[in-house]
Design a binder for this molecule. Structure first.
Ligand SMILES: [Zn+2]
Length: 110
């Protein structure tokens, strides 16, 4: 719920800055690691957005897969089932490249 409120605040602020009166669509990037469920996020957002310029706005959620890079061999790979080690050399020195995102990527207003 707090996350949905944060997204709504960003959307409303951005719309206000652009003199928009209505928010039509919010495109969101959500990293896999955030464990945010798009369906429940959409539900919370819709509930919170009622009686704001974002009422009825579509919340489009793109899940960013979790990927990492090995600090030892430099290999890049997808991380499945939270196994944070390198599939090439079994090193645990893994740096997360993507999957932690939580940001409003695009806003459609009128
Ligand atoms: Zn490696």
């Amino acid at each position: 719920m707090a996350i949905a409120q944060g997204i709504l605040d960003i959307a409303l602020n951005t719309a206000a800055q652009n003199d928009a009166t209505k928010i039509l669509r919010v495109s969101l990037l959500v990293g896999q690691l955030t464990e945010i469920e798009p369906a429940s996020l959409r539900f919370c957002f819709t509930a919170l957005a009622a009686d704001t310029p974002a009422a009825g706005a579509e919340l489009e959620v793109t899940v960013v897969p979790l990927t990492g890079r090995c600090r030892d061999c430099g290999g890049e790979f997808a991380i499945d089932h939270y196994r944070f080690y390198c599939p090439e050399c079994n090193s645990a020195a893994v740096e997360i490249l993507s999957g932690r995102e939580l940001k409003v990527e695009h806003l459609e207003v009128e």
